[in-house]
Design a protein around this ligand. Structure first.
Ligand code: FAD
Ligand code: DLZ
Length: 517
């Protein structure tokens, strides 16, 4: 077929998680020749049952970004959800044809699924698709591949040190780490015993646009999780920056120390509540790191708080994205413990007597938010110990969290929480008994189960499930130097004692999730 003549107009597609003027497809746009397209479409809103907070945040932020583009003089085609367009491909087909525009520019999508779909657009739509690398991340694909090449183990810590030097963050004049250590994690694990007042989060103003989107989402997604009456997310870059400023003033000081705390009285504790804004483009990662470094230099927070925060963003966030693109698509198939138990219904209702799990699941469903230790050591730990199906668990995480996009969700869930990648991300499984949960907070006080009992009525299920996990994977775990002590202890216990614990664990699991193999 002859190539169609090109019109001078270029269409720039902006996805719902690319809402930034630093998006490389946006940054160099020309109002004279370029046209923008943003589209609310069924496929993106429905590939998992997204939390309603997530859909509302993204649609409202998209509409606000549309207005910001128009205010800068750009022509924007905006497709609303009510127009019933099925997919981004259909949206591009419709608008590129209407404008007779054969060149479409887009910043690379964050998910493999969509990237694969876009690979077929040129042939399907007769367009030329220019895909630009997402420069909003601090390590490029090439940087990460270069770092990973030839390494036996891809540990975050070593990647993070290189990033600290590269961006000159928390360094002394001689490029050594501020304070003499790279990592203050050991000071960031204090358990919660109501040591402090937790500052209440500010209630955010809702614009007319946000209110309209909330009505739309309530109507169009009646069965998705999410209590919209509690919607309290910022939908513009300015409002997200105000959230960050609030964090700097009220929470950063205690962020590090209580990062791993499990708290009854607040879902947010001293955490940032920032991932959702970073992930859709309302905040820029390097800016946050620089401001936090400055807060430390101005003596507004401790070094351990600043380092803890910067490590999460400059280290973990960039590292998980690197792992995702390095290892996909095979990564998504990982299931090294052959875990296939169906997800129990209480993952969608939070109706369970395990207090810690009920709190973590409840706020995840209602607000679309749980902090890291709830995701890892409460929900993830349960899924790991119970052998819940890896794909089902990953899909659940992708659906319920307001900040969930596969590039960040999958390595964290499949790799870090479920160890289903066989140890690419973590040198040992994050498996823990009820004692860990008791140490980190006060949930156990309110729970009908006791963390000091392993078997018998009222025993905390995490305890027997922990030993069941060790027993089932004894051979693999014994080969892991970091698990040697635990596996040796288990082997030394009398056979009858082990048998009784396993029998109790099997019964406990059957009671919680139904009969298991
Ligand atoms: P804070 O505790 O205030 O941390 C500051 C920032 O550091 C976060 O906003 C986030 O951008 C970054 N960060 C911290 N830890 C990580 C990490 N492990 N990976 C990437 N970035 C990190 N984060 C997501 O953004 N999306 C997800 O879908 C997601 N799924 C997760 C699933 C599991 C099983 C686990 C264990 C973690 C997951 N995380 C995910 C990482 C982390 O839990 C969230 O980023 C964090 O809880 C967001 O809350 P916050 O903004 O208050 O974070
Ligand atoms: C998550 C999401 C949702 C719910 N809806 C849309 C949408 O209607 N239009 C859009 O452009 N993007 C949406 N997104 C974000 C995309 O799913 C995201 O860009 C891809 O998953 C790639 O990360």
């Amino acid at each position: 077929m002859p190539t169609p003549p090109m019109s001078a107009t270029q269409l720039i597609l902006v996805l719902g998680d690319q809402l930034s003027f630093n998006n490389p497809a946006v940054a160099n746009a020309n109002p004279e020749t370029d046209r923008f397209l943003l589209a609310e479409v069924a496929e993106e809103a429905g590939y998992v049952p997204h939390n309603r907070h997530k859909i509302a945040l993204i649609f409202s932020a998209m509409r606000h970004f549309r207005d910001a583009l128009r205010a800068r003089g750009f022509c924007v085609h905006y497709i609303e959800f009510a127009e019933g367009v099925a997919s981004l491909q259909a949206a591009v087909a419709q608008v590129s044809a209407a404008l007779d525009c054969r060149v479409v520019r887009v910043c690379e999508p964050g998910e493999y699924r969509l990237r694969q779909a876009m690979a077929g657009w040129e042939a399907a739509l007769g367009i030329q698709l220019e895909m630009l690398e997402d420069t909003r991340f601090l390590a490029s694909h090439e940087d990460f591949r270069g770092w990973a090449k030839g390494r036996k183990q891809l540990r975050m810590e070593y990647f993070y040190r290189i990033m600290r030097r590269r961006y000159n963050l928390l360094l002394e004049a001689d490029a050594q780490p501020a304070g003499g250590r790279w990592n203050y994690d050991q000071e960031n694990r204090v358990g919660w015993r109501r040591q402090r007042e937790i500052p209440p989060r500010q209630a955010l103003q809702q614009s007319d646009t946000t209110r309209e989107v909330l009505r739309l989402v309530a109507e169009a997604f009646p069965n998705n999780p999410g209590e919209l009456a509690q919607f309290n997310y910022a939908c513009t870059a300015t409002a997200a920056k105000a959230e960050f400023d609030w964090f700097l003033e009220h929470a950063l000081g205690d962020f590090g120390r209580y990062q791993d705390a499990l708290v009854e009285e607040s879902p947010w504790v001293f955490h940032g509540k920032l991932s959702m804004y970073l992930n859709i483009g309302l905040l820029e990662p390097l800016e946050l790191c620089r401001e936090v470094e400055q807060a430390w230099r101005d003596e507004r927070c401790s070094l351990s708080a600043a380092e803890g925060f910067i490590r999460q963003i400059l280290g973990w966030r960039e590292y998980v994205r690197g792992i995702y693109w390095l290892k996909m698509p095979d990564y998504a198939e990982g299931n090294s413990f052959a875990a296939h138990t169906p997800l129990p219904a209480f993952f969608w209702t939070a109706q369970t007597d395990l207090r810690c799990l009920q709190r973590a699941l409840g706020q995840s469903l209602d607000l679309g938010y749980a902090h890291h230790i709830q995701r890892l050591m409460v929900v993830g730990n349960f899924a790991l110990l119970a052998g819940l199906d890896v794909k089902a668990a990953c899909d659940w995480y992708l659906a319920v969290y307001v900040d969930a996009f596969e590039w960040v969700e999958l390595p964290n869930t499949l790799g870090m929480a479920l160890h289903a990648d066989g140890g690419v991300m973590a040198s040992k499984p994050y498996a823990a008994s009820g004692k860990y949960i008791q140490r980190q907070g006060e949930h156990c006080k309110e729970c009908r189960y006791s963390p000091s009992r392993v078997t018998g009525e009222g025993a905390c299920p995490y305890n027997s499930l922990y030993w069941r996990f060790i027993d089932r994977h004894l051979e693999v775990l014994s080969a892991n130097p970091r698990m040697g002590l635990i596996t040796a202890n288990w082997r030394r216990r009398p056979a009858a004692e082990r048998g009784a614990i396993i029998a109790w664990a099997d019964q406990t699991l059957a009671d919680l999730v139904g009969p298991v193999g």
